[in-house]
Design a protein around this ligand. Structure first.
Ligand code: DUT
Length: 144
C-alpha cells in the first residue's frame, strides 16, 4: 500500500476516498462553484495538494459522465501532476472548456486520477535505419 500526504484547501468538499473493488481511479471534486458560459475556459480548482510517493506522478482525466452532466471538455486531454508539484500552494486544477452554459457545484465529482510510476531515464541513440518490420498504422490493423 502507498501513502499519499494530502492537504485540503477547504472543509466544504468531501475527503478523497480509495474505493476497493470497483475501480482504482480516485474521484476528485470541484472545490468551488463554477459557472461557465458556452465557449468559456477555466482552471477549475480541485481543492487538494498532495505529496505523491517517490517515483510516481498522477494522471487526471474526466469521469465518463463528466461531459454528459456538465458539457465540459478537459483541454489538455490528460493532466499530468508531476511528483515535484508538492508545495503547500500546489493545488490540483482541471483545465476545462465549456461547450454549453453550465454550472459545476462545489463538491461535485468532475474528474478522477491514479498514480503512475515515472518512466525510467531515457538515452536517445540516433541511427539511420531501424531493424524492425514496418507495422503500418492509423487504421491498418486487419488489412493486408
Ligand atoms: O491538468 C493539470 C495539469 C497540470 N497541473 C499542475 C501539476 C503539474 O505538475 C503542474 C505543471 O504542469 P505542466 O508541467 O504540464 O505545465 P508547465 O510545465 O508549467 O507548462 P507547459 O508544459 O504547458 O509549458 O501543473 C494541474 O494541476 N492540472
Amino acid at each position: 500500500m502507498e501513502k499519499i500526504k494530502i492537504k485540503y484547501f477547504t472543509d466544504e468538499i468531501e475527503r478523497l476516498c480509495y474505493i476497493d473493488g470497483k475501480s482504482d481511479w480516485i474521484d476528485l471534486r470541484a472545490s468551488e462553484r463554477v459557472e461557465l458560459k458556452a465557449g468559456e475556459f477555466k482552471l477549475i480548482p480541485l481543492g487538494v495538494a498532495m505529496e505523491l510517493p517517490k517515483g510516481y506522478e498522477a494522471h487526471v482525466v474526466p469521469r465518463s459522465s463528466t461531459f454528459k452532466n456538465y458539457g465540459i471538455l478537459q483541454t489538455n486531454s490528460c493532466g499530468i501532476i508531476d511528483g515535484s508539484y508538492c508545495g503547500d500552494d500546489d493545488m490540483w486544477r482541471l483545465p476545462a472548456y465549456a461547450t454549453r452554459d453550465t454550472v459545476i457545484e462545489k463538491n461535485d465529482r468532475i474528474c478522477q486520477f491514479r498514480i503512475v510510476e515515472n518512466q525510467p531515464q531515457i538515452l536517445f541513440e540516433e541511427c539511420v535505419h531501424l531493424d524492425g518490420k514496418n507495422r503500418g498504422g492509423f487504421g491498418s490493423t486487419g488489412k493486408q
